[in-house]
Design a protein around this ligand. Structure first.
Ligand code: FES
Length: 224
């Protein structure tokens, strides 16, 4: 989904084309253990990184439930893959075009009330992860979140990705991206994510002008 300059550029790549460089893996790997019942909550694009996590928790002997949501059925991804790995998959869409009409937190609450959970992990927009954490807090279920602050170098040098967790400054790229969702300062994270909103918009507009008519069309070589 092209939502800005970089994703618009990436969206024009065809299968088989190459990116010059890719840096990774960075940060800390997901801690996978046999804890009993794991509920994975994915929102939109966040479902994709949860797929290998679901596979790993299942292989470690856990019962795995996946709660996945999107605005509409066209934006749901990895449904088939998750069905192939998880013991149970619950789907929600904002418009009710697939699964239950509503948001993932309602489905998560129902799941915990009915079947309990030993661990919840979530990946998706910050606002969704915040409310997933608030949903699990009264139940006392440990909740790991995958944070997505602005990142520049990804190696701990710029400090752009700093987040406050339990009152301590952490670098998401180095110490994370996964943290205890009950300890994250969500308001600070979401404020910092907006830091360059204007510049991002200007950059995308300028890019669209430079490549007028090319969005959604086959990619042509561009010399700048
Ligand atoms: S992205 Fe620069 S320190 Fe994390």
């Amino acid at each position: 989904m092209a939502v800005g300059k970089t994703t618009a550029e990436l969206a024009r790549y065809q299968a088989g084309e190459e990116l010059l460089d890719l840096c990774g893996p960075l940060g800390m790997p997901t801690h996978v253990d046999c804890v009993g019942k794991v509920v994975l909550v994915g929102g939109g694009f966040g479902v994709a990184p949860l797929f290998p996590v679901a596979r790993a928790f299942k292989a470690a002997g856990n019962a795995v439930t996946v709660v996945m949501g999107a605005r509409s059925k066209d934006l749901l991804i990895y449904e088939r893959e998750m069905q192939g790995v998880a013991d149970k998959v619950s789907i929600t869409t904002d418009d009710g075009s697939r699964g239950v009409k509503g948001i993932v937190t309602a489905a998560l609450k129902q799941e915990i009330e009915s079947n309990g959970a030993d661990l919840v992990m979530t990946v998706g927009p910050a606002i969704m992860m915040k409310f997933v954490s608030e949903t699990t807090r009264p139940f006392g279920v440990k909740t790991m979140v995958s944070l997505n602050p602005i990142m520049l170098d990804g190696t701990g040098m710029c400090g752009g990705c700093r987040v406050s967790v339990a009152g301590v400054t952490k670098f998401a790229c180095l110490d994370g991206p996964e943290f205890d969702g009950h300890e994250v300062d969500w308001d600070q994270l979401m404020n910092r994510q907006k830091t360059y909103k204007n510049e991002e918009k200007e950059s995308f507009e300028a890019w669209k002008q430079r490549h007028e008519g090319m969005l959604g069309k086959e990619r042509q070589p561009v010399c700048e």
